[in-house]
Write a protein that binds this ligand. Structure first.
Ligand code: NAP
Length: 387
């Protein structure tokens, strides 16, 4: 979530005015409106202004739809106003390429022909076909380009998109619901419900903003979850289950949902049951380098999902899966709902990290806490060292 701490105030020697800052803040708000609908494209917002007055605005609404810059240019033209000498504020560097899979024309072209005088950008686009080229093209056309305004907020807004292009894997967000003493289920596996409806509603919203949710086989056996978006309006993400031996019961709800083509089971190698499941409409992805029962290699899991267009994953459990992602260092953000309950015994949210001392603990940054219903929601990000 973009918070006020990401919206740093401009320093006195900043090249940007207070009006510039307000326009970019508005562009960031607009960008967020596309949440859940633009992947694999990023969220982008744009504002056009002149002489301290906003002329028009736009945002990227959905994948395949018009880009934010084009929306904003069209919005101004639709009112009959001229674009000559106007400033364009966009949260991400405008794109500058065409390609067989690209549905929209390069934004740089529309900007250059429009008469825009200056372009202010929050973040450079890490997409290999852009990555500074959009900025260069605009400057070569004589347009003033300034970058870096509210870049921290822009990074946060598109953390999945940036992670994918920088780390070559989807953004991984672990979501844990636990008691005060760190248990995610009672000793027999009962976990319903540790959190109240307010927390679960927030989780459903999160799901709708992610490309995929992921759980382990143990969670399906214990909870028989649907992993759909029901408590808020939004689209269902892909539902991924790690099940190396392909041993989920046929009765699992995930295998009979109306949109079961959105269930994907990842297993180890070939298995006689694969065709049966596919015939029922369920996706199965056999990993060649997995060993049944040995825990699927998470790096390979993420690579395979990335190749299928998944840019962001919400990992929803259980304990073995949370621990495996943490041990492998393959995570970016963690959200822990802490409920006012104590079990004293049960399944740990995280185990087996084998620290020798406090110095070995995983540390978090960009930490925040807030109250959701009856829970405390603690969130933090991975501290990447030496990379
Ligand atoms: N409160 C919460 O936030 C929350 C959320 C979810 C679940 N839960 C609870 O957690 C419990 C389930 O946790 P769990 O630890 O038993 O099961 P789990 O983490 O859901 O699933 C573990 C299973 O996933 C498979 N797996 C495949 N690749 C793996 C890998 N790289 N690392 C680890 N496992 C891998 C393994 O089965 P194969 O070897 O057969 O492949 C493994 O046994 C249930 O009681 C559930 O109610 C709580």
């Amino acid at each position: 979530m973009v918070t006020s701490k990401h919206l740093q105030k401009a320093s006195p020697d900043s090249p940007f005015s207070a009006f510039d800052q307000r326009c970019m803040e508005r562009a960031l708000v607009l960008a967020r409106r596309g949440a859940g609908n633009t992947s694999p494209n990023p969220l982008v917002g744009a504002i056009i202004a002149r002489d301290g007055r906003v002329l028009g605005e736009g945002w990227h609404r959905r994948y395949g739809g018009k880009h934010a810059e084009a929306e904003a240019l069209d919005a101004v033209c639709a009112t009959g106003q001229s674009l000559a000498g106007a400033d364009l504020y966009c949260t991400l560097e405008p794109c500058c390429f065409t390609g067989p899979l690209k549905r929209q024309p390069p934004c740089t072209q529309g900007i250059i022909t429009s008469g825009i005088r200056r372009v202010v950008i929050a973040n450079q686009d890490p997409h290999p076909a852009v990555n500074g080229k959009g900025i260069r093209v605009l400057r070569e056309a004589g347009i003033i380009v300034q970058t870096g305004l509210l870049s921290a907020a822009g990074e946060k807004l598109n953390q999945d998109f940036f992670t994918f292009h920088r780390r070559n894997r989807p953004f991984v967000h672990l979501k844990i619901a636990q008691t005060l003493d760190g248990r995610i289920a009672a000793p027999g596996g009962d976990a319903r419900w540790i959190t109240d409806t307010a927390a679960r509603r927030l989780v459903h919203r999160l799901r709708s903003h992610y490309d995929a949710v992921l759980v382990g086989r143990g969670t399906v056996l214990a909870d028989d979850p649907e992993l759909t978006v029901r408590l808020v309006k939004g689209r269902n993400p892909l539902r991924v289950v790690l099940d190396s031996r392909l041993s989920l019961p046929d009765t699992a709800k995930l295998l009979s949902l109306p949109d079961r083509e959105k269930t994907l089971i990842i297993c180890s190698g070939e298995h006689p049951r694969i065709q049966n499941l596919r015939d029922c409409g369920v996706g199965v992805l056999p990993l060649e380098n997995g060993v049944p029962g040995a825990g699927l290699p998470l790096g390979a899991v993420l690579t395979a999902l990335g190749e299928r267009g998944v840019r962001s994953i919400l990992v929803e459990g259980g304990g073995s899966i949370f621990s495996a992602f943490l041990r492998a260092g393959l995570w970016d953000r963690i959200s822990v709902f802490i409920a006012p309950m104590i079990l004293g015994d049960g399944i740990n949210g995280v185990s087996g990290l084998a620290p020798a001392s406090i110095g070995d603990a995983l540390e978090l940054e960009d930490v925040s806490t807030r109250r959701i219903g009856n829970q405390l929601l603690f969130e933090g990000s991975h501290v990447y060292r030496n990379c």
